[in-house]
Design a protein. Structure first.
Length: 95
């Protein structure tokens, strides 16, 4: 996945674009061709962390430290967030 960051001219909006999708960090939402894609806040956190680090391996430990720094969570929390994100992206691409 190649993500491309862009900023708006009138306001400093950070948007990462990949394929037909756009992750708008200011409004904290995922769009496909300007239409909202329903996804959990935790999944958006995961996606946000990943697109900010293109072409780099992000470890599970790094994700836990970035997303839940002072909270004890199980691997299931991350698994669920990634699964939710995959489901939303695939469902949205295939109708």
């Amino acid at each position: 996945m190649k993500a491309e960051a862009s900023t708006g001219t009138s306001m400093s909006t950070m948007v990462y674009r990949f394929g037909p999708f756009a992750l708008d960090l200011d409004s904290f939402r995922l769009l496909r061709e300007d239409q909202p894609v329903p996804v959990s806040p935790q999944s958006l956190d995961v996606l946000s962390h990943l697109v900010r680090r293109p072409s780099r391996l992000v470890t599970k430990d790094e994700l836990f430290q970035a997303l839940w720094p002072d909270v004890i969570v199980t691997d299931n929390a991350l698994t669920r967030a990634v699964s939710d994100l995959r489901r939303a992206l695939i469902r949205d691409q295939h109708g």
